[in-house]
Design a protein around this ligand. Structure first.
Ligand code: GLU
Length: 481
């Protein structure tokens, strides 16, 4: 095992978003290609917004995607004493100081900055408090935050593995808070203490954190450690290049699961959001991605999310799945539609396996797969109005279907092969093209004008159901047309 160590550090304030999942994936691709260790850390210091149920969901989503970690999960909420003692060390080294400015005192500065349309920077009021004043404040029991003493001039440079050198003017960074008045660390401080103590060598995370990086570098420097390397992965935008949000459809891993996407498809699709493996490669297994992945091949520019491409890819993986895997993946979707019961007998499961194999060709999601399988389970369906017009309205429709029904009734054995032969010989006898015979039968037994091969459908339905549906359709045509 190499000494490369990366971490994925989600905040449990919502479901795992596609952006977060992609960050986890890039961490995996990188660390597996280097033979290192993947650490999972839960950034749950935001007490108001963090929720235990989101932690469970995060973990479930990562597992479902197959993004397994080697170490953790660590919880920041359980490491408060580490942050406090590191902050105390900075205080005694004079690298940090207590600030007693009240919210009200800071408010006017904040207001002024807002009016002038500039970022609020703390003025450094408590930077050099005389010890007597500080003692007095402490005695009065004044609340205090801890701030890092940051350089007033010069610049802090981030050597980003994707973006190259990014320089930040120190004058734009104030003495920021590392421990809040309630004793909780800020994200920037907790993150650095963890990255250092957990010996993280590479931080791969979303671009939105690039502006936090100079603060984190300054924290690491103050703590006396070499910082990790940083790589900031590009944003994911909606097709209209706006921020990807709920109105663009599913955005969390859980929603993608509910909409019938397969983990392999999501993984494959997410990998291409901002990374190009070269040679126009598109369909890749996790193993292939690991072999090809490198951070310099990750784009600097935003990636655009395209649900149609994801759906196309999902269709590919649905077709690739073997019968057993597909049936198992389909079960929750068939249950949701009420097609199958909670417990399946061996026969019912085998039937499900055959049905999903037959309808999988055109399904792009498992929801579409269950829709396409409906008539195998439900006798009461409507006929497609277009089919009624095109097929049932034909003058000889009822007569043709009666002939078919009689022949099918007499057929023994009744399977895909024998029904196909029957239609062939009937076509020869009547001079009608096979299509002309297949169309009314298909509409009668499925209610639809398209779908998988008719003979496979008949085989699966069996003789009894086929005949009953044919008779019902004849009645319909005789009475309604
Ligand atoms: N908890 C932060 C987030 O979810 C982690 C950022 C980081 O990776 O440092 O955005």
């Amino acid at each position: 095992m190499s000494n490369v160590r990366v971490r994925f550090a989600p905040s449990p304030t919502g479901e795992l978003h596609i952006g977060g999942a992609r960050t986890a994936l890039f961490n995996i691709l990188y660390v597996r290609s280097k033979g290192g260790t993947f650490v999972l850390r839960i950034d749950d210091t935001d007490l108001e917004r963090s929720r235990a149920d989101y932690i469970d969901k995060l973990i479930e989503s990562l597992k479902w995607l197959g993004l397994d970690w080697d170490e953790g999960p660590y919880y920041q909420s359980k490491r408060i004493s580490e942050y406090t003692s590191e902050a105390e060390r900075l205080l005694s080294d004079k690298k940090a100081y207590r600030c007693y400015c009240s919210v009200e005192e800071l408010a006017s500065g904040r207001e002024a900055a807002k009016k002038e349309n500039r970022a609020f920077l703390y003025a450094g009021t408590c930077r050099e408090l005389p010890p007597e004043t500080e003692e007095k404040f402490l005695k009065e029991g004044r609340e205090a935050v801890i701030r890092l003493r940051t350089p007033e001039h010069g610049s802090t440079v981030v050597n980003d593995l994707i973006r190259g050198e990014v320089s930040f003017d120190n004058e734009m960074l104030d003495d920021f808070i590392i421990i809040k008045s309630n004793g909780q660390p800020t994200y920037n401080f907790a993150s650095v203490v963890d990255d250092l103590q957990m010996e993280i060598t590479d931080v791969i995370r979303a671009e939105e954190h690039l502006s936090n990086t100079p603060r984190q570098l300054l924290c690491a420097q103050a703590l006396g450690f070499d910082p990790p390397r940083f790589a900031h992965v590009p944003m994911i935008l909606a097709p209209d290049r706006s921020k990807l949000s709920k109105r663009h459809g599913a955005t969390s891993v859980e929603e993608f699961f509910r909409e019938g996407y397969l983990p392999e498809a999501l993984i494959n699709y997410m990998a291409l959001l901002g990374w190009s493996p070269g040679d126009d490669l598109e369909i890749l297994s996790l193993k292939e991605m690991i072999d090809l992945f490198s951070l310099p091949r990750v784009n600097k520019t935003a990636a655009v999310y395209d649900v149609n491409k994801l759906a196309w890819m999902n269709g590919h993986y649905i077709r690739e799945y073997d019968a057993d895997k597909l049936a198992k993946a389909a079960i929750p979707f068939f249950k949701k539609k009420g097609l199958i019961k909670e417990e399946l007998s061996a026969n019912e499961y085998n039937f499900l396996k055959r049905v999903t194999t037959v309808v999988k060709e055109r399904a792009r999601t498992l929801v579409e797969l269950a829709d396409a399988a409906e008539y195998f389970y439900i006798d009461q369906f409507e006929y497609d109005p277009k089919g009624i017009k095109k097929v049932f309205k034909k003058e000889d429709a009822a007569e043709l279907m009666s002939t078919l029904t009689e022949e099918l009734q007499a057929l023994e054995p009744f399977d895909a092969e024998s029904t196909e032969k029957l239609f062939q010989s009937l076509s020869e006898k009547t001079g009608l093209s096979p299509g002309k015979l297949i169309q009314p039968a298909r509409l009668a037994v499925t209610g639809r004008t398209g779908g998988p091969g008719l003979f496979e459908i008949l085989d699966l339905l069996g003789k009894e159901k086929t005949i009953a549906r044919m008779k019902k359709a004849i009645e319909y045509v005789e009475n309604k047309m």
